[in-house]
Write a protein of this length. Structure first.
Length: 564
């Protein structure tokens, strides 16, 4: 018997054994043949009527020689049926300032006093590496597929092209987060806007140093920057190749994601300056797309050298030989201790390849995939979380700007503080205190102007919304996106969620995925952005059309990237 024949028999035996096990235990969980592996659904949600195919490998383990290397398609492994029983999240960390930010915003929401002059409490340099989530592993490039039973059972059995697909890219400052979501609410909403439903996919991608390390020395050693964007790209290509096996249509894929997820989507749309053809999706919903721009070589080099120092190494080759716990400890320490207020140390960088320039510049120059249809959203108060509570003067604001924008010239500082955001607190500008001034500046520079760049680059043929449910802080829209009928927000436990707004947002998302036009029963017509810069405002008092506050000279200035 030939080795190939023997291999096939082993694979068949594995399927038969699995089928026997299902029969013995009363299970009816299906198995999908992905070619490189056989993967069985992890569970069936009887209430929602969907299968969860959990922890599907979409790339080889990025360890050893593949640590700090572009992801590779997984090797064939058909010796046993994969069940996705072992959860995975990528190594991650959060900056220490985020604790102070959470305390400050919580106090603001509850109306408690907060001492803005108190020093930021940082872990000391001898603090022990915290105990890690048992799911944490460098071998984390997996994705989940949530397929409604009615769609899955008709996969490849009809002449239609399958169901639309929503692919979630999580946020978390490019240093935290995971694919673990509850899709129940979105899947339920999809049934309200059409006769069909959608399939939802959620991916992991590398974080922190492991996903975003860069710099001249690193690249000279053969290192590739923006690895996390390449992870996302491979996962999206996996969807194109395999989603039909679950009943999905590869020609009806909509990516959606918030914060770092939304920022990643903007980088995907502008990938390679549009020189490598169409992206592996047709539609996009970036929510609060943001990142602190890193363009300069000096900043990237300093970050890389710091990581080498923390690991007691001198080269990329040595980094690849280290034990995983050493890498994870250094990643944690650098992000926790070195990230100045409002920053995360790591994130997308201009690398001359995947990211030839800042996305805003690429959009202005027409260097992106113009075929992508876009619905974009932002929150009404994006900047507060990332702004030091103690800011009370122009000098404080200048210091924060120099922290966020490493190479910013003095002339740009002057333009920002004197012309674009002057210290005028009489109500003629959208702020009345020094803190609100700095917060508003951060919101436009890092988040909201990005939505304006997308709309204008696409000739105003987009759909845009603003999440304005008070206090409308950054990230407070995420539980609305994944609303499942609960009354209290997981992000803000003091907030009773507005079901009308939540369901409307979900129906906008799913109807856009299904029909390319957002709509919701009982809600006013969602018009295109158009030359009048129309935006749908979602608030507890009303869901109405307003003019986009980002259609202004300030965003025009930020798009030029004059902070480098």
């Amino acid at each position: 018997m030939s080795p190939s024949s023997m291999f096939k028999l082993v694979a068949v035996a594995a399927v038969l054994c699995s089928a026997q096990a299902q029969q013995n235990y009363g299970s009816s969980l299906p198995i999908v043949d992905l070619g490189y592996e056989l993967h069985q659904a992890s569970s069936f949600n009887a209430t929602g009527g969907f299968y969860n195919f959990s922890n599907i490998r979409y790339a080889e383990p990025p360890v050893g020689p593949l640590r700090f290397a572009p992801p590779k398609a997984p090797k064939k492994n058909r010796t046993q049926v994969q069940t996705g029983s072992v959860g995975r999240i990528c190594p991650q960390a959060g900056p220490a300032w985020s604790q102070a930010a959470t305390q400050f915003l919580t106090a603001s929401v509850l109306g408690f006093p907060y001492n803005t002059s108190q020093p930021l409490a940082l872990p000391n340099s001898t603090a022990q590496f915290p105990k890690q989530d048992p799911r944490t592993s460098e071998d984390c490039l997996f994705l989940d597929v949530f397929a409604p039973k009615s769609i899955f059972e008709n996969a490849n059995k009809t002449k239609n092209h399958g169901a639309p697909v929503l692919v979630w890219i999580y946020g978390g400052g490019y240093t935290g987060g995971s694919k673990n979501i509850n899709p129940s609410g979105l899947l339920a909403a999809s049934g309200n806007v059409s006769n069909g439903e959608v399939i939802i996919v959620a991916m992991n991608y590398r974080l922190g140093a492991l996903g975003w390390i860069s710099g001249p020395s690193y690249q000279a050693e053969g290192g590739v920057s923006n690895l996390a964007l390449l992870d996302q790209r491979l996962a999206l290509e996996w969807v194109q190749k395999n989603i039909h096996l679950f009943g999905g249509d590869k020609k009806r894929v909509t990516v959606f994601g918030e914060s770092a997820g939304g920022g990643s989507i903007m980088h995907q749309i502008t990938a390679y300056g549009g020189l490598k053809g169409k992206v592996p999706f047709q539609q996009a919903i970036p929510q609060s797309p943001g990142w602190v721009p890193i363009s300069g070589q000096v900043q990237q080099e300093n970050t890389y050298q710091r990581f080498l120092n923390l690991t007691n190494t001198t080269s990329l080759a040595e980094l690849r030989k280290l034990p995983s716990d050493v890498i994870m400890r250094a990643n944690w320490f650098q992000i926790t201790h070195d990230s100045a207020y409002g920053t995360f140390t790591y994130g997308p960088v201009v690398d001359g390849n995947f990211v030839p320039q800042q996305p805003g510049q690429l959009l202005a120059q027409g260097r992106f995939d113009k075929s992508v249809k876009v619905m974009v959203g932002h929150n009404a108060n994006e900047g507060a979380y990332f702004t030091p509570p103690g800011i009370n003067s122009t000098e404080d604001m200048e210091e924060q700007l120099r922290t966020a924008f490493y190479n910013i010239p003095d002339s740009s500082i002057t333009t920002i503080t004197e012309k674009l955001y002057p210290a005028v607190y009489n109500g003629s500008y959208p702020y009345k205190t020094p803190f609100d001034r700095a917060s508003f500046t951060t919101a436009e520079a890092v988040f909201t102007c990005n939505t304006y760049y997308l709309s204008t680059a696409l000739k105003n043929q987009t759909y845009s919304y603003e999440f304005a449910v008070p206090p409308a802080y950054h990230g407070f829209d995420v539980p609305y996106t994944f609303y499942d009928g609960g009354a209290v927000s997981a992000v803000n436990p003091t907030e009773v969620m507005n079901a009308t707004v939540a369901v409307a947002l979900q129906e906008f998302i799913t109807s856009f995925a299904v029909k390319g036009v957002p709509s919701a029963p009982g809600i006013r017509k969602f018009d295109m952005y158009g030359p009048d810069a129309r935006v749908m405002e979602l608030n507890v008092t009303s869901i109405e059309e307003v003019m986009d506050s980002n259609a202004n000279v300030r965003c025009n200035w930020w798009q030029k990237a004059l902070y480098t």
